[in-house]
Design a protein around this ligand. Structure first.
Ligand code: AMP
Length: 508
């Protein structure tokens, strides 16, 4: 008989032989230690509970819960029972949830006790018959019901091509789409990263990311689990608390904003990071400033990588110095087994649409065959929607999302190029360059700039300084100085919100 390709089986096979050692250690007022045997038993109970519901094969199990170890167990239990996990940002409100529930038609919804009233009503109206609760305090009907079930469970047999997770894309334009990821997509990527980032015995991961997204759920959790490594678990990121645990850890994964916040802590030092082996950044561009400041303060060079819900991880800066340097402002080279190409490159800049192919690439958008066809080329490459170029050493530089590209007076303006010039100016913390409607140019380049603490920036002086460095069509027609940029939960700047906010700037 062929091997069971269920991702859960591969993760459980990697649990250390010492099942009573700590798998996850929580932080906060009353830290808890979960053993590997606890992970096995609790996921078995929840998987048995799901099996007892007699759900049709391929049923979706939606989770709209706050971060907790039990929420991770729910994910693992869904894999174990062979159903399809549907993680949802707990910040989603009724309007958004109505879309996800009607689109994915989950058979089971798990929500926090506080949201049970409105969410169960929505779910039941949509035909879902099972709504459980799960709180961050280990309370709720999911665990209450699960305790009545046995703590052993034979994982469901799954093929590598079977659906494991539906991840809704953040959907900054139009309706959010469900990316279908298979057991094989995730296992191949997890194995690649384990080897490439040199996960090793004794590694300990500080986990402070949300777990409704690929970064925290897949890259971080799969990495630690597949290596049988302990996690130090934060239900939410708080810079002082996180840096205080770095001396007990070897690996940290974060979004750029986390690095900026940690740099704001006077206690951050090389001494505090002495046991650390690897700092990974992703989900949004890491500023060169942050990269350099981190190197100076801690002696560590952040490894930036690039991926997306539809493809899991695509590229990474080198782990091993023998493979090359970690270069600021780039997301590195394609991971082993993953291919990247740049379609229709611009003659001057080399920038074009980033396309990817490999075992990591998803199976398509849930119930959107047309959209899926549109996003794949005839020869089977996935169009990421990101724009960038490969440099002479094969490192990928991302210059923005295709939809964020500004076309002003017929010229292409890549926001990242203008942002990097502005960011390098004295007194600038960061910036976001957007295009807004303009009666003459079609779109006008607008820079939204955040000053460093205590600095008063002059928009005109900034504009003049940019003029000295960039062709005129790239120079912002307006520079707006603001206290901060709108970001989503993963630290991505929400340019769609900025565009909406400033769309009337040049209207007569
Ligand atoms: P998501 O599907 O929510 O993970 O968003 C994926 C998108 O985030 C990608 O298509 C990129 O636009 C962006 N992204 C992820 N990692 C990076 C990175 N290291 N640098 C720049 N953009 C990134």
């Amino acid at each position: 008989m062929s091997l069971n390709a269920n991702l859960f089986v591969a993760l459980r096979d990697a649990f250390p032989a010492q099942r009573d050692s700590t798998a996850i250690e929580t932080t906060g007022e009353t830290p808890l230690h979960y053993r590997w045997s606890d992970l096995d038993a609790a996921t078995a109970r929840i998987a048995n509970l799901l099996d007892s519901l007699d759900l049709p094969a391929g049923s979706r199990i939606a989770a709209h819960v706050d971060k907790s170890v039990e929420a991770l167990m729910l994910y693992l239990a869904v894999l174990r029972a062979g159903f399809v996990y549907l993680p949802l940002n707990p910040a989603y409100q009724a309007g958004e949830m109505r879309h996800f529930l009607s689109d994915a038609e989950p058979a089971v919804v798990v929500c926090s006790p506080a949201n049970f009233g409105w969410l169960s009503k929505l779910a039941f109206t949509g035909g879902c018959t099972h709504v459980f609760t799960l709180g961050t305090d280990r309370r709720g009907s999911l665990l209450e019901r699960a305790t009545f079930h046995p703590d052993t469970h034979e994982p469901a047999r799954r093929e590598a091509s079977d659906l494991a997770v539906i991840l809704y894309t953040s959907g900054t334009t139009g309706r959010s789409k469900g990316a279908m990821l298979t057991h094989g997509n995730m296992l191949s990527n997890a194995r690649t990263l384990k080897a490439y980032w040199n996960w090793q015995p004794g590694d300990v991961l500080v986990h402070a990311l949300p777990i409704f997204h690929i970064h925290g759920l897949f890259v971080a959790c799969h990495g630690a689990l597949l290596n049988g490594s302990r996690m130090i678990w934060f239900d939410r990121f708080e810079a002082p608390a996180v840096i205080a645990r770095l001396p007990d850890a070897t690996v940290f994964m974060g979004v750029p904003t986390m690095y900026v916040r940690m740099l704001g802590e006077p206690g951050l030092s090389a001494e505090l990071c002495r046991s650390m082996r690897l700092f990974v950044s992703g989900s949004a561009p890491l500023l060169s400033d942050t990269f350099t400041a981190w190197q100076q303060r801690t002696g560590h060079t952040i490894l930036e990588r690039y991926g997306m819900s539809e493809t899991v991880m695509i590229t990474s800066n080198p782990y091993d110095a023998a493979d090359g340097k970690r270069k600021a402002g780039t997301v590195g080279r394609p991971l082993p087994g993953v291919e990247v190409r740049v379609a229709s490159p611009d003659a001057d800049s080399g920038n074009g649409g980033i396309e990817v192919r490999g075992p990591n690439v998803f199976a398509g958008y849930w119930r959107l065959p047309e959209k899926t066809r549109e996003e794949f080329t005839a020869d089977g490459w996935f169009r990421t929607g990101d724009v960038g170029h490969l440099d002479a050493e094969g490192y990928l530089h991302i210059v923005g999302r295709a939809k964020d590209l500004v076309i002003s007076g017929g010229f292409n303006v890549y926001p990242a190029e203008v942002e990097s010039v502005i960011d390098a100016m004295p007194g600038v913390q960061e910036s976001a360059v957007i295009g807004v409607p303009h009666p003459d140019f079609g779109e006008a380049v607008v820079a939204v700039v955040v000053p460093r603490a205590g600095v008063a920036l002059d928009a005109e002086v900034l504009t003049l300084a940019v003029k000295g460095q960039l062709a005129n069509f790239k120079v912002p027609k307006r520079v707006l100085v603001v206290p901060d940029l709108p970001r989503n939960a993963m630290g991505k700047v929400q340019k769609n919100l900025l565009r909406e906010q400033h769309q009337g700037l040049f209207q007569p």
